[in-house]
Design a protein around this ligand. Structure first.
Ligand code: SF4
Length: 265
């Protein structure tokens, strides 16, 4: 049985789909977004990270391996104890990452186990994956959480490392299948939040029937420490988080579309 490379399984999540959920984080992503909050999710291999703990003025160094291989059954064993919570709250399981569609066999097997046990499933994707993989998992996925970041092909490639035409093709595949989808837009000051980009995203979303909600995900710098521990440069050091007023103004740009819009999801 194909094993998946997992870097975390978090229970009681309330931001990754409806109800109270268990989120399974798969390691490996084809993108390299400069704002990524989970840099430990990007490489498709286990990796060692240094940890420094301060105690009574002294520093203690240790290392931790991120990522371990698990079968679908092993993951499901952790998920199934939470079925009563899913039932009570209208929740379920979300597969996130990294990019879960990079591990199609493992993802499909785990989705099938959830379906066989009547568990609601969501897949959180950057959209950059093979059309065939979307087709494979579509019948077993109740909800897609689909990122749209930058509409300009040049900017997309420069800030994420990959072109965006594949992503649009996959979004239209979800539309053709009327697959319930929540669009997630990371708001990164000076990168994704300009009016031109947001208006272009809006014009793509307007005619789509599959889009049930748009979540605007504002930049924060909580990942800074992770970059330091992984010895990676953090390019957004000087960005400031949004004020409530700024977020209100950005959200108001979406007033003229007939889709609910939230800040934070
Ligand atoms: S798609 Fe998500 S996980 Fe992948 S690099 Fe971008 S922000 Fe990180």
């Amino acid at each position: 049985m194909e094993k998946g490379l997992i870097f975390d399984i978090r229970h009681f999540s309330i931001h990754d789909g409806p109800g109270i959920r268990t989120t399974v984080f798969l390691k490996g992503c084809p993108l390299r977004c400069v704002w990524c909050h989970n840099p430990e999710s990007q490489k498709h291999e286990p990796e060692k990270v240094q940890r420094t703990t301060k105690l009574d003025g002294k520093e203690y160094n240790s290392s931790e391996t991120i990522g371990s291989y698990m079968t679908a059954e092993e993951v499901f064993d952790q998920v199934k104890t939470h079925i009563p919570i899913f039932d009570e709250s209208g929740g379920g399981v979300t597969f996130s990452g990294g990019e879960p569609l990079m591990q199609p066999k493992f993802l499909l097997n785990t989705l099938k186990l959830c379906r066989a046990n009547d568990i609601h499933t969501a897949v959180d994707t950057c959209g950059f994956a093979l059309h065939e993989v979307f087709n494979l998992i579509l019948p077993y996925t109740n909800l897609f959480l689909f990122d749209l970041k930058l509409i300009s092909p040049q900017k997309h490639e420069s800030y994420t490392g990959q072109p965006n035409h594949v992503i649009f093709k996959n979004l239209f595949l979800l539309e053709l299948n009327n697959a319930p989808t929540i669009i997630r837009i990371p708001l990164i000051p000076g990168i994704t939040d300009d009016q031109t980009n947001l208006e272009a995203i809006k014009s793509i979303l307007k005619p789509l029937r599959c889009v049930k909600r748009v979540d605007l995900l504002p930049y924060h710098h909580m990942a800074k420490d992770k970059y330091r521990r992984m010895n990676l440069p953090y390019e957004l050091e000087n960005l400031k988080p949004y004020t409530a007023n700024q977020l209100g103004e950005i959200k108001s740009l979406f007033n003229d579309i007939d889709i609910p819009v939230t800040i934070g999801g």
